[in-house]
Design a protein around this ligand. Structure first.
Ligand code: HEM
Length: 479
């Protein structure tokens, strides 16, 4: 029997007595309106099976759209990942959630995240995130990132030299991961050596699947594997952190050379430095946040460019104009990135149709009423990119690939949300833009390609990915 279903069965057996007790004795809500319409599903497991399995079958939007049609196009209740939840759908709901951070809601990550990153249990996730965000702007703001574009281009060239050139076929997804991971190791921690990078890479792949999973810590479950992988990586990171501390003390490292130095030297409001384990967890979080998401985006860019030759041709034209304007050996710079307008519109359209993160959670910090429905304090609120990205009211003919949607002012506010919104919007958005564009520049400059599997299935677990990793045959441009 599939391990996933075996664990669900075990969980059901363990949780049944507890859940029956809860059903019989739970306190009545004091809120004025009714709870949103919807179904809570089985005790504890709720509708997690459908929520996760529609993703694994490649249609994460089905969970949302089936219930929007059945219950309400705005908000429906469910129970997922062991939590009572309301799913907020559509533009007005996105606006409501993103504008009420710290007033009615706060950002919330599934319990699995706290177990996989245990040091975040020391304080509330709100405080952790605040700490994290205070570290990031210095490093991730557009002005600071400008000086890393050349480094990104240099790494991209080395990546293509050694992994793509002289190959007739490649599998894109693992290579996209290798590229984004190498960049992150270099820019976050100044790790240059590809062998050192490779040592880290595998356990990372295990962590992502464990984050959005049922938190059952039994041998073999995705959750259990993720906890083990995170312990391994944290140990490795601690070695690097200790070394950097010594290097900073001996002036062998610069205070601004990467995010690790920034974190080691930053103090909180009380003048305290962050402890090493905390830093290891923060870096781990960034590597996870910045690695799988961007590699999913890159893989789908390659997929759509293979399927849409006219879009490929336009991207190629734009990138070759930039390439031709450069002196031999000259690396990409900020001005070049500004010229990649069409390419970025293409990447945006890719992330509309295949958002790397399907959505994220908030938690109600007080009882409130939304659109006539009561939302009890403590409920989890899930917003989903697909509820607007594939909604014909927000994007006419939503299944059509049309980069011109992003021309001019682009989509209406709160409709296009691959990076979330409000104060918790992804702080790595600009970094992701640069790495995706640098990749696009290098791949179209060297190759045209064709998909080897015409109807490769897409799995969403939790990021979207082609089931076989997107094998393609490569056709290098003639020099
Ligand atoms: C295409 C690439 C990426 C996508 C689609 C993406 C998407 C997202 C989304 C949807 C969220 C949740 C926002 C919310 O709840 O409103 C998020 C949070 C976050 N992302 Fe990204 N992300 C990407 C790349 C990155 C990169 C490259 C980094 C780091 C360099 C990063 C770091 C983070 C962090 C730290 C958070 C948590 C922020 C908080 O809780 O305040 N992400 N991202």
């Amino acid at each position: 029997m599939d391990l996933f279903f075996l664990s669900m069965l075990l969980l059901l057996l363990v949780s049944l007595p507890l859940s029956l007790g809860f059903l019989l004795f739970r306190p009545k809500s004091q809120l004025p309106g009714n709870l949103p319409p919807g179904k809570m599903g089985l005790p504890f497991i709720g509708e997690s099976l459908e929520f996760l399995s529609t993703g694994r079958k490649g249609y994460p939007e089905k969970f949302i759209y089936d219930r929007m049609a059945k219950y309400s196009s705005q908000v429906f209740k469910t129970s997922i990942l062991g939590e009572s939840a309301a799913v907020f759908c559509g533009t007005a709901c996105n606006k409501f959630l993103f504008s009420n951070e710290n007033k009615l809601v706060i950002s919330w990550w599934p319990n699995a995240v706290n177990k996989i990153f245990p040091s975040s249990l020391q304080t509330s996730s709100k405080e952790e995130a605040k700490k994290m965000r205070s570290m990031l702007p210095g490093f991730l703001k557009p002005e600071a990132l400008q000086r890393y574009i050349g480094i990104m281009d240099g790494i991209a060239q080395r990546h293509f030299d050694s992994n793509w050139d002289n190959k007739q076929e490649v599998i894109v997804f693992p290579l996209a991961k290798r590229f984004t991971f190498w960049l992150a190791c270099r820019l976050f921690m100044s790790i240059e050596d590809p062998d050192h990078v490779a040592k880290f890479a595998d356990p990372f792949n295990v962590i992502a699947s464990g984050i959005i999973s049922i938190p059952i810590d039994l041998p073999g479950t995705p959750f259990n594997r993720a906890i083990k992988a995170s312990k391994f990586i944290r140990k490795e990171l601690l070695v690097i952190i200790k070394q950097r501390k010594m290097d900073l003390a001996d002036n062998r490292a610069s205070p601004t050379q990467d995010i690790l130095s920034h974190m080691l030297l930053a103090r909180d409001g009380e003048g305290q430095y962050m402890n090493e384990l905390d830093i290891a967890d923060k870096i781990l979080g960034l590597l996870i946040g910045g690695h799988d998401t961007a590699s999913a985006a890159i893989t789908f860019v390659v997929k759509y460019l293979a399927e849409l030759p006219e879009v490929y041709n336009e991207v190629y034209k734009e990138q070759m104009e930039i390439a031709k304007s450069k002196a031999p050996g000259e690396l990409l710079n900020w001005e070049d990135i500004q010229k990649m307008r069409y390419s970025w519109n293409v990447a945006c359209e890719v992330m509309r149709l295949a958002p790397p993160l399907q959505g994220s959670f908030r938690e109600a910090i007080t009882d409130f009423v939304y659109s006539g429905f009561s939302i009890p304090k403590g409920w989890k609120l899930y917003w989903s990119a697909n509820s607007t990205h594939r909604n014909p009211e927000c994007f006419p003919e939503p299944e059509n690939f049309d980069p011109s949607r992003f021309e001019g002012n682009g989509p209406a506010p709160y409709t296009y949300v691959p990076f979330g919104g409000g104060p918790r919007m992804c702080p790595g958005k600009e970094y992701a833009r640069l790495e995706i564009l640098v990749f696009m520049h290098n791949v179209v400059k060297r190759f045209k390609w064709e998909k080897l599997l015409k109807n490769e299935k897409i799995i969403v677990d939790p990021m979207p990915m082609p089931a076989k990793g997107l094998p393609v045959s490569l056709y290098p441009h003639k020099a």
